[in-house]
Ligand binder design. Structure first.
Ligand code: APR
Length: 312
C-alpha cells in the first residue's frame, strides 16, 4: 500500500518539527513546502531529515519544494505559513501580515489538494482557519485549527508539576479562542478521574490558568520567537487521529453552526476526530461561569474575524 502523503505548508520551526514527528511516527511521506526564496532551506531540511532515517531505520520520503504541484493529492495539509510572534506582540497583531499569506495558501490548496484534511496552525489561529474555510469553501469536516491540544497540554503540564503527579495522568480541557481569554475548563480537568480541584488549591489553580493563558507569550519572551515542539505535537495528535481513524476526542478549533449557541465562527470545542475528519462536535455541559468565559472568548474571536471579513 502506498504511504499517505502529508504536505506541510511552511518549512520553518514548526514545519521542521512536524516533519520530524511524521517520520518518527511513520504517518506518511512528507512534502515540506515553502516560498521560492526559502526553497533551498526547505530542501536542506528535507535532506537532513532523510539522512537521519538512514540511522533510525524509518522508511519515509521527505521532499523539500516551493512548487505547489508537489503537494497534489495530499491526504493531510498542515499550514504554518506566516510570521511568528516577537516579544511584545499579541497573536492578533499578526493579522495584517498573515492574512494575505493564508489567502495565497487557501487558493493553492483548493487547486492542488482539495480533498485533504487541513489543520491550520498560523496565527491568529481562529481567524486564519475561518478565512481558509471561507476562501476554499471546503467542508467543515475537513478544516480544523490547532490550538486546544496545545493549550490543554500546557495546562496539563502546569497541573502535573504543581500537584506532583505524572503528566500522563492529567486530563485537561482548554476551550474557546486561542487568545488570552481562552477557557481552561476546570470541571472537566482531572488527574485520572480525580477532579483537579481536589488536588490543587483554588489560588494555585487560578495562577495555573493565568500561566496557561499566557503560555505562548512566556515562550516568546524566553526565545524571541514562538514555540514549536508542543505546537507540532498538538497538530500531529490531530493528524494521526485522522490518518489512523482513532476517533479521539480532542479540543480543536472547529466551525460552529449553532453548536454552543454560535454560528459561522471557529472556536475551540471538543471534537471527535477520525477517518472522516471532524466526525462530531461534542456539546458538553458548562457551568454559568464557564459559559460566560466562553462568551467573552467568542467575542474576541468574532472581533478579529470581522476585521478579516471586512478586508475580503
Ligand atoms: N506559503 C508558504 N510558506 C510561507 C508563506 C507562503 N505564502 N509565507 C511565509 N511562509 C513560510 C516562511 O517562509 C517560513 O519559513 O512560513 C514559515 C514559517 O516558519 P517560522 O517563521 O519558523 O514560524 P513558525 O514558528 O513555524 O510559526 C508559524 O505558526 O504558531 C504559528 O504564530 C505562529 O503564525 C506563526 C506560524
Amino acid at each position: 500500500m502506498a504511504n499517505k502523503k502529508i504536505a506541510l505548508i511552511g518549512a520553518g520551526n514548526i514545519g521542521g518539527e512536524l516533519a520530524n514527528l511524521i517520520v518518527q511516527k511513520q504517518l506518511g511521506d512528507v512534502v515540506l513546502f515553502d516560498i521560492p526564496a526559502k526553497e533551498n532551506f526547505a530542501k536542506g531540511k528535507a535532506l537532513d531529515l532523510e539522512q537521519a532515517t538512514a540511522l533510525s531505520g524509518h522508511q519515509t520520503i521527505v521532499k523539500g519544494t516551493s512548487n505547489w504541484a508537489d503537494c497534489a493529492g495530499a491526504d493531510v495539509l498542515i499550514i504554518t505559513a506566516g510570521i511568528p510572534r516577537k516579544p511584545g506582540q499579541s497573536r492578533d497583531d499578526l493579522v495584517a501580515t498573515n492574512l494575505p499569506i493564508i489567502r495565497d495558501v487557501a487558493d493553492n490548496a483548493k487547486k492542488h489538494c482539495p480533498d485533504a484534511f487541513v489543520i491550520v496552525i498560523s496565527n491568529p489561529l481562529d481567524a486564519m482557519v475561518y478565512e481558509f474555510k471561507r476562501r476554499t469553501g471546503a467542508p467543515r469536516s475537513h478544516v480544523v485549527g490547532m490550538a486546544g491540544t496545545l493549550d490543554s497540554a500546557r495546562f496539563a503540564l502546569f497541573i502535573a508539576r504543581e500537584a506532583n503527579v505524572s503528566v500522563t495522568d492529567v486530563r485537561a480541557m482548554v476551550l474557546g479562542g486561542h487568545g488570552d481569554d481562552m477557557v481552561p475548563v476546570l470541571s472537566y480537568t482531572t488527574v485520572n478521574g480525580v477532579p483537579v480541584k481536589q488536588l490543587v488549591a483554588k489560588e494555585k489553580l487560578d495562577a495555573l490558568i493565568d500561566r496557561t493563558r499566557k503560555g505562548g507569550g512566556e515562550i516568546v519572551n524566553l526565545m524571541g520567537t514562538s514555540a514549536y515542539y508542543a505546537p507540532a505535537a498538538g497538530a500531529i495528535a490531530m493528524a494521526e487521529a485522522y490518518l489512523r481513524d482513532q476517533k479521539r476526542l480532542l479540543p480543536c478549533a472547529a466551525y460552529l453552526d449553532g453548536e454552543y449557541g454560535y454560528k459561522d465562527l471557529y472556536m475551540g470545542v471538543p471534537v471527535v476526530v477520525g477517518g472522516k475528519g471532524v466526525e462530531k462536535i461534542v456539546q458538553i455541559e458548562l457551568s454559568t461561569d464557564e459559559k460566560a468565559a466562553l462568551e467573552k472568548s467568542a467575542k474576541s474571536v468574532q472581533g478579529i474575524v470581522d476585521v478579516v471579513k471586512k478586508s475580503a
